[in-house]
Write a protein that binds this ligand. Structure first.
Ligand SMILES: Nc1nc2c(c(=O)[nH]1)N[C@H]1C(S)=C(S)[C@@H](COP(=O)(O)O)O[C@H]1N2
Ligand SMILES: [Mo]
Length: 196
């Protein structure tokens, strides 16, 4: 080991503590959509939580009246790009669920355009998920899910449904669109839960 005081003398990969395994950093903001971008008019936009005790519905005006917060977070796409320190503004899912009574443990998120993705309810609560309508201080662009999308940044980004339309409470963790097409049922980027 003489002469080598650090590492192994060869090229070592720079270790970035905030980067999950198998991911690389990007400064851009790639657009990944399974279909065309729906053109949504906020006058007709609605967000609904469907529970066994009834439906709770928010119009765009009602959504904007809810307390909104700034969110700074890292995002990780299963196709291996990560973006650190992204900034969003929106409403915590805790706020929406204050009004909802349900004994069901799972959620299917539904988007305008038909996309779906499944998430355990506990992953949407306690300050872990938001409906967001601003990115980087600007209204969220349609291609990134505007007027509003789900943001669940501790899971791979396919769980962050763009053009969010509603959440349906479920007794079972039924697979959504990508989960039926080979993606992992849960999608933790730190465990590399990419495919099933
Ligand atoms: N409605 C909808 N939401 C979606 C998708 C989609 O195709 N439709 N793609 C998912 C995937 S795979 C990723 S990586 C992110 C991409 O978001 P972006 O286009 O804003 O980068 O949105 C997720 N949410
Ligand atoms: Mo993705």
């Amino acid at each position: 080991m003489s002469g080598i005081t650090r590492g192994f003398g060869g090229r070592q990969r720079e270790s970035i503590p905030d980067l999950p395994p198998g991911q690389y950093l990007t400064d851009g903001f790639p657009v990944l959509s399974a279909g065309p971008t729906p053109q949504l008019d906020t006058a007709e936009w609605n967000f609904t939580i469907h529970a066994e005790t009834g439906n709770h519905n928010w119009s765009w005006e009602e959504y904007l009246e809810l307390p909104s917060v700034d969110v700074s977070t890292d995002i990780h796409c299963v196709t291996r790009w990560s973006k650190l320190g992204t900034t969003w503004r929106g409403v915590s899912l805790d706020t929406f669920f204050e009004d909802v009574e349900s004994t069901r443990d799972f959620v299917m998120a539904h988007s305008y355009g038909g996309y779906t993705t499944n998430i355990p309810l506990e992953d949407l609560l306690d300050g872990q998920a938001w409906i967001v309508h601003e990115f980087d201080g600007e209204p969220l662009e349609a291609e990134h899910g505007g007027p509003a999308r789900l943001l669940v940044p501790h899971l791979y980004f396919w769980k962050s449904a763009k053009w969010i339309r509603g959440l349906v409470m479920k007794s079972d963790d039924e697979p959504g669109f990508w989960e039926q097409n080979g993606y992992h049922i849960y999608g933790d980027p730190w465990r590399e839960e990419r495919y099933s």
